[in-house]
Design a protein around this ligand. Structure first.
Ligand code: PRP
Length: 209
């Protein structure tokens, strides 16, 4: 049985549909309830829903053989996993954003609020800009509104959250999308099964391109 960690939520449902079309469906998985584990014995797959930011932890430690994680999480936490495929879904960008009239004052340390300390740190280090990172866990857009930070480094998808809070993108850092990941041991011992999944999903991403 191949253990597959899917990110809970809207992205997870889209991603599950890709696995199902690849030939690995699991009856009942999309029904509204609190169940977390679903099996299709005949197809040899067991899916479980986890918090999107936890998928890489399950895969890295071998509790899941494969999973789907955002590139943002992979860059931020650098888990020891193999990235097998860009699913070309869950597309968004990592960006610096701030008040529309923001002007950087190079004489002062820039205060940056973010969930992504490493990505923000590396981005500003590459510019040689000295910053003070303020780590937050959500609603990052609030920080510049209340004067907690000058700017934010966060994910922008439609741009609605920024717009509705009077903020704008100042610089784009990276494009982000969902990735199929596995760990070294699973890839070694279940390569045929994992490759069958990858091939079935690859066809769909190529149709998209
Ligand atoms: C993410 C991100 C932004 C928002 C961007 O937040 O942190 O706040 O989505 O999407 P948009 O450009 O389409 O508005 P999420 O919903 O994950 O919640 P969070 O506040 O807990 O980070």
């Amino acid at each position: 049985m191949l253990n597959i960690a899917l990110p809970k939520g809207r992205l997870g449902e889209k991603v599950y549909a890709m696995f199902a079309r690849a030939g690995f469906p699991c009856p009942g998985i999309l029904e509204e309830n609190r169940k977390l584990v679903f099996e299709n014995e005949e197809k040899g797959v067991r899916y479980f829903w986890v918090k999107p930011s936890d998928v890489a932890v399950y895969v890295e430690r071998g509790a899941a053989d494969v999973g789907v994680a955002g590139k943002d999480i992979l860059l931020e936490h650098v888990p020891d996993v193999y990235e097998l495929l860009d699913l070309k879904t869950g597309i968004c960008r990592m960006a610096v954003a701030g008040p529309k009239d923001f002007r950087d004052d190079p004489r002062r340390k820039l205060r940056v609020a973010t969930k992504f300390d490493r990505i923000a740190g590396e981005y500003y280090a590459s510019l040689g800009r000295d910053i003070d990172i303020i780590h937050l866990n959500g609603s990052i857009e609030l920080a510049p509104l209340l004067g907690l930070s000058d700017v934010i480094v966060d994910i922008v998808e439609t741009g609605t959250t920024l717009r509705e809070n009077g903020l704008a993108v100042i610089a784009e850092i990276l494009p982000i999308s969902a990735r199929l990941i596995t760990n070294k041991a699973s890839y070694e011992f279940c390569r045929a099964e994992i490759e069958a999944i990858r091939a079935g999903i690859l066809d769909q991403t190529e149709e998209k391109a």
